[in-house]
Design a protein around this ligand. Structure first.
Ligand SMILES: C[S@@+](CC[C@H](N)C(=O)[O-])C[C@H]1O[C@@H](n2cnc3c(N)ncnc32)[C@H](O)[C@@H]1O
Length: 293
């Protein structure tokens, strides 16, 4: 009991007006939007940041992240404590079935001359999603001799470290078939390490989805997965990210959002493809053309 009392006393109070100022900085920086019910969450998680800088209160902290020349470092630290990083292997099975059985099959045909496949897992958290994609491609077979590139990106440095190591605990495997666990992982001290043969096709980078200049360096993608990321964004940021995805996709390329997400009220630029297993957004082919560049 004493410990709880101590923790509550320890938290620095955050007034409504300073809460709004801080949440707007975060929203403009990375799209994450905290509504009024999240004030306590910010109060609790950012108190530690205030103490680590030996500041007195949230108003000082606001000035710090607004005006200090090291503010971008602090914003990165804020993101590490505020993002929701929940993820696991083989998440959202129906959509993955559509990807594996229908989209990949289609791409074997459409990309057969160039024999390349470029896939972006945008907001990949600790890497379960891009590694799942790599395993699915391997399971599909018939991509021998292809240049497969899967790129995972996230704004949270902490989860990217886990992604690069590729070592996972039980929680990440809640929907993984045992035979896939045996086939693609080795056991190490009670954890599971992804095989190098899967890892070699996956690379990771630190990337803010609201930064169109850096995302442009990724080049064109055949498929973009951005699942369970935009639900945390405000609508203006969602639009910006989706416009950016449109530019990054090849004509005819696919955009896979989380099952609770859609482009309603965000964009009309994509068409909705009805596959057997799921519905998926597609960037339209240019009229009169069937060539992908
Ligand atoms: C809930 S996880 C989703 C992980 C995975 N896509 C999945 O569906 O299992 C959301 C991830 O989006 C990342 N994220 C949030 N805002 C971002 C931004 N502006 N740029 C890049 N990544 C962001 C978070 O750090 C977090 O790791």
């Amino acid at each position: 009991m004493r410990c709880c009392l101590f923790e509550t006393e320890d938290i620095i109070p955050l007034s409504d007006d300073v809460f709004r100022l801080i949440r707007d900085i975060i929203k403009d920086y990375c799209g994450l939007y905290f509504d009024d019910s999240s004030r306590y969450l910010l109060e609790k998680r950012l108190t530690r940041r205030i103490r680590s800088h030996h500041l007195d209160d949230f108003r000082d902290y606001y000035r710090f992240i607004r005006y200090d020349r090291n503010s971008s470092e602090e914003l990165a630290a804020i993101i590490d404590v505020l993002t929701v990083n929940e993820t696991y292997f083989f998440r959202e099975q129906n959509q993955l079935r559509a990807f594996s059985e229908e989209i990949l099959e289609e791409m074997k045909e459409t990309n057969r001359d160039r024999k390349t496949l470029r896939i972006w897992s945008a907001g990949c958290s600790s890497g379960e999603e891009p590694y799942t994609i790599a395993m699915l491609i391997n399971e599909r077979g018939n991509f021998n001799g292809w240049d497969i590139e899967i790129h995972g990106s996230d704004i949270n440095q902490r989860v990217l470290q886990t992604a690069r190591k590729g070592i996972y605990r039980k929680n990440s495997f809640r929907t993984t078939e045992p035979y896939l666990l045996r086939k693609y992982f080795v056991e190490e001290d009670g954890s599971h390490k992804i095989l190098d043969s899967v890892k070699k096709n996956v690379n990771f980078s630190y990337l803010n989805l609201l930064d169109p200049v850096k995302t442009r360096f990724l080049g064109k993608m055949d498929v973009i997965f951005c699942r369970n990321v935009l639900i945390y964004f405000d609508s203006v940021s969602r639009r910006k990210v989706i416009e950016n995805f449109y530019d990054r996709l090849v004509d005819g390329g696919y955009l896979l959002l989380g099952h609770a997400e859609s482009l309603i009220n965000i964009s009309t630029a994509f068409t909705l493809r009805h596959f057997k297993n799921d519905m998926v957004y597609q960037k339209p082919e240019k009229k009169g053309m069937n060539i992908r560049i």
